[in-house]
Design a protein. Structure first.
Length: 256
């Protein structure tokens, strides 16, 4: 499995307001086979970070490395799921998903496509067009397209953000099951603290162009809204209180 290593990366853009710095010596590690969430307020540079890791943007300085001791001379397969599914409206769901593996021979291409549709429970909608899908179904199609090529690294850019609360909760459960089966290295970009706690093993807060806080999420998978808010007493560290993630993120002090 692959580890993502971002080392002293800097990135700035020119705008009408002057020079905008989105990364300023940013360093982080996303553990192999785990879900790592990056949270932060709108405009803090989360999506720019993801685009640099995906190779869609180039850092001004610093380096981004992908390491796997078992495959030292190869590059990882990387897929991205965006906030909107971005399906071609003139193609069926099956045809949209097959675009990710279009270079494969016909039988293998359709086999991988159907396997991905089965993984996200969309087999019954394979011949539907995007306009016939609900928001949750369309986002499932986006996930299917991303996993059809069996990625080593999956980048999620607010992938659940456009969904209503009930659909989002269902997809959280489905994604946890998918990750349990495939064990991809996942970087989740989100501004939703609850989403980060529900899905990730580690939460990193991006602010001022750097990672200024890191939180380990101790709860076992699978998680849901019914997951207890604290680990069992025998697993707690004595005399140590975990930070309240919502208060830390939104800048409120916790009362003792």
């Amino acid at each position: 499995m692959w580890t993502i290593e971002v080392d002293q990366v800097s990135k700035a853009f020119a705008s009408d307001r002057g020079r905008v710095v989105t990364a300023d010596g940013l360093t982080l590690t996303a553990a192999a086979g785990e879900i790592t969430a990056v949270i932060g307020e709108s405009g803090c540079g989360k999506t720019t970070l993801l685009r640099m890791i995906a190779g869609l943007e180039t850092p001004d300085s610093g380096s981004i490395r992908f390491t796997n001791p078992e495959k030292p001379d190869t590059a990882p397969r990387i897929s991205v799921v965006f906030q909107e599914p971005r399906l071609f409206p003139w193609m069926t769901v099956r045809e949209n998903v097959s675009l990710a593996v279009r270079e494969l021979p016909g039988s293998e291409k359709w086999g991988r496509t159907d396997e991905a549709l089965k993984a996200v429970r969309l087999c019954d909608a394979a011949d539907a067009f995007p306009k016939e899908l609900s928001g949750g179904m369309a986002q499932r199609a986006g996930f299917a397209r991303a996993i059809a090529q069996s990625p080593d690294i999956l980048l999620l850019d607010e992938a659940f953000g456009a969904l209503d609360a009930l659909t989002r909760t269902v997809l959280y459960q489905e994604f946890q099951a998918l990750q349990s089966e495939r064990r991809m290295t996942v970087l989740l970009i989100t501004h939703d603290v609850l989403e980060a706690v529900m899905l990730s093993r580690t939460i990193l807060r991006l602010r001022g162009g750097v990672i200024d806080e890191s939180f380990a999420v101790p709860f076992p998978y699978p998680r849901s809204l019914a997951t207890p808010g604290r680990p069992p007493a025998e697993k707690r560290c004595p005399r140590r209180r975990s930070p309240d993630l919502r208060n830390v993120f939104y800048g409120r002090k916790r009362r003792n």
